[in-house]
Design a protein around this ligand. Structure first.
Ligand code: GLU
Length: 500
């Protein structure tokens, strides 16, 4: 074996006919990890030979999605459409080698044969009429300009073709069940099956890791390899991902939730999505759920890929979960635990996009910014939460959560009077820290005889816009005296406006 064939070379070969689907992203991720694990090459090949359905926008979307996920490729993007001559040459070589032939049967003739088979309730298979035309006869018909397709000559054998799929195990296919399939159309264009195999050969691919829907092509592709005297690559097919009703997940039935872009727009950290997707169909013996990049490369193996279809646990219309709850909980895990400096970079983008980033968060207020993120992140599930649930920390333009009103937190009739007085007290304390704010508020509670729950919940709601959150005194210190005082002073207006 030469050095070139020994080095692991894998590829992701999307057809650019739409957005980057999470199932496609998962295939890309498996290939990428496999390449990194074996210190091999990960190649990106855009399979754009279907000129009618391929779009530049889709190519951009796929590249952009992969870059966002952090799935970096070593070679490419190569474009299948640039290799059409090589595909045609391979077909001609197969004819020369006696493994393919020109077929001059007309569409009408084939349709009649197909209809007859149907009427007799027999499976249709091309009857090999042209297989044994003499080369001279075929050359003469070609010279006369009679249109033809090129068909692969499936070996005449009672035997079965056997190959070992690295996930599904040994797979057998009777030669008798493989018709003499077309590899070049009558207009001279190659069929996808041929192009895909020839590109894999020319790219030196050692392992084809792809979706289970590719399995139907594998026996014919192995025949093409063998006929050209090439060693077929290893194949590993990944289980399908289905919804809870066991349907394939698609944009048509499930909407945007199946595209990578959706997660980007919904405040996902790219690595959290990678981590989630990798678990759709693969697991470690101890069912571990969280992996750093290095841990994943270390732990991943094709043996851990399951043959059973994986389930994307998404219930359309569920008000609680906008996607699979596991995806959300993995994202929340990373938000809670990732290095705060890294998180700050993502939150910055989120705050900028929603008009509440202060450039000082990168300068004099850096320390405050990091501490505040660390304070509020524990309950957040997505990056969006920083600009919505956490907006009151970064801006005066925030709204109070409707749930707080629904819980009657601001209902007590004396709050309109109490909160501005409390504002005065807080404006006068000498040091703005947890101890002093707590002492002032507790003192006020004792004085007025109000219930501490009423005051504490009301202050939290008015100042942070939320009825739940971290310890109140930590929140007050983070938000700062000036904003706290102003919000408590304005509380009567807020309460009045809401009652109206
Ligand atoms: N272009 C094919 C697809 O998008 C790839 C099949 C393969 O990986 O061999 O489904």
């Amino acid at each position: 074996m030469s050095e070139r064939t020994k080095r692991v070379r894998v590829r992701f070969a999307p057809s650019p006919t739409g957005y980057l689907h999470i199932g496609g992203a998962r295939t890309a991720i498996y290939n990428w990890i496999f390449a990194r694990k074996h210190k091999g090459d990960f190649i990106l090949r855009i399979e754009d030979t279907d000129a009618e359905r391929s779009t530049a926008e889709s190519i951009e979307g796929i590249l952009d999605g992969l870059r966002w996920l952090g799935i970096d490729w070593d070679e490419g993007p190569y474009f299948q459409s640039a290799n059409i001559d090589a595909h045609k040459k391979a077909a001609m070589r197969l004819i020369e080698l006696g493994h393919a032939y020109r077929c001059f049967c007309t569409k009408e003739e084939l349709d009649t044969k197909r209809d007859t088979a149907k009427a007799l309730k027999q499976p249709y298979k091309y009857d090999r009429t042209c297989r044994d035309l003499s080369p001279a006869k075929a050359a003469e018909m070609e010279a006369r300009g009679i249109p033809y397709v090129v068909r692969f000559k499936t070996p005449d054998s009672e035997d079965t073709l056997v190959f070992n799929d690295l996930v599904y195990g040994p797979i057998e296919k009777h030669y008798d069940d493989i018709e003499d399939f077309v590899i070049l159309r009558s207009d001279g264009s190659p069929l996808y099956l041929l192009s895909n195999a020839v590109d894999d050969m020319n790219d030196g691919i050692t392992h084809v890791i792809r979706g289970q829907d590719g399995l139907a092509n594998t026996p014919r592709q192995i025949l093409i390899y063998k006929a050209l005297g090439m060693q077929p690559p290893e194949f590993a097919h990944m289980p399908l991902t289905l919804d809870l009703r066991k349907q394939k997940i698609s944009k048509r039935t499930h909407g945007e939730v199946v595209s990578v872009q959706f997660y980007r727009e919904h405040g996902f950290l790219p690595w959290a999505l990678v981590n989630f997707l990798v678990l759709l169909g693969w697991h470690t013996p101890d069912d571990r759920e969280i992996f750093t990049r290095e841990e994943l490369i270390e732990a991943f193996s094709l043996e851990g890929v399951s043959r059973a279809n994986s389930i994307f646990n998404y219930r359309p219309g569920d008000p609680k979960f906008f996607t699979d709850p596991k995806a959300i909980s993995i994202n929340a895990h990373y938000i809670r635990t990732m290095p705060i400096e890294d998180l700050a970079g993502y939150v910055k983008e989120e705050l900028k996009a929603t008009g509440c980033f202060d450039p000082e968060y990168d300068g004099p207020k850096r320390h405050w910014f990091l501490e505040t993120l660390d304070l509020i992140r524990a309950r957040y599930h997505t990056l969006k939460d920083f600009a919505t649930l956490g907006r009151a920390y970064f801006s005066d333009e925030f709204s109070v959560d409707e749930k707080a009103f629904a819980k009657n937190i601001l209902k007590h009739p004396d709050l309109r009077e109490w909160l501005p007085v409390l504002a005065e007290r807080l404006s006068a304390i000498p040091i703005w820290d947890q101890v002093a704010t707590e002492a002032a508020i507790r003192g006020f509670i004792d004085e007025t005889g109000a219930s501490s729950g009423v005051i504490i919940n009301a202050v939290r709601t008015v100042v942070t816009g939320q009825s739940v959150g971290p310890g109140l005194f930590d929140c007050l210190v983070a938000i700062g005296r000036e904003r706290v005082v102003k919000r408590l002073k304005n509380a009567p207006l807020l309460i009045d406006n809401h009652l109206d």
